[in-house]
Design a protein around this ligand. Structure first.
Ligand code: PNS
Length: 170
């Protein structure tokens, strides 16, 4: 690793990338922790047509914008293609990822090292959510809700409302 001092990009922007289909309270927890560490946090919603998402990227960004409307240093955007290319365009200095359990580690480790290979100046920062969210995932929320289970307290109330509207829609 080169020890040559470099001038850090101004504003210390961290990107929190993900599918967010939908946003959970675990994601919210990670964003709020990151917003204490970085001057700006950009939640970047992956537009991935192959994944057959429940919510469109527009719906997901609208939910996120609403949830963080009182946080001026939290922004939301969509991206496609390589995360490192998007991070370069946005002049980000870090990628934030949440680590819930050891089972997350292998996939996250691979991604972090591949992203470092592609862009050595971009650091991945892992954050642990509060314990009560360590078992939470967007996939489980969708499954539990679709089968009539209670998701209150696990997702922001706007997500609960949107899940209900999706279910009611023909
Ligand atoms: O919430 P997710 O689905 O676990 O997020 C995965 C995400 C969006 C971070 C990852 O799939 C990604 O970065 N995709 C963009 C394409 C890319 O850069 N792939 C190489 C990653 S090493």
């Amino acid at each position: 690793m080169s020890m040559t001092p470099t001038v850090p990009p101004s504003g210390r922007l961290a990107i929190f990338p993900g599918s967010f289909d939908p946003l959970t309270n675990g994601h919210v927890d990670i964003v709020l922790r990151s917003a204490h560490l970085f001057e700006r946090v950009l939640i970047a919603v992956l537009v991935n047509p192959e994944k057959n998402p429940l919510f469109t990227p527009e719906e997901r960004t609208a939910i996120i914008r609403e949830v963080f409307r009182e946080y001026p240093n939290v922004e939301v955007d969509t991206f496609d293609g390589l995360l490192v290319d998007y991070a370069r365009r946005r002049r980000a200095s870090a990628i934030i990822r949440g680590l819930r359990a050891v089972s997350d580690f292998e996939y996250e480790f691979q991604m972090a090292l591949m992203n470092r290979h592609l862009e050595p100046t971009l650091e991945t920062v892992f954050m642990m959510p509060a314990e009560q969210y360590t078992y939470l995932s967007s996939r489980l929320i969708k499954e539990v809700f679709s089968l009539g289970g209670e998701v209150r307290g696990l997702v922001p109330s706007i997500v609960e409302d949107r899940l209900r509207s999706k279910k009611a829609a023909p």
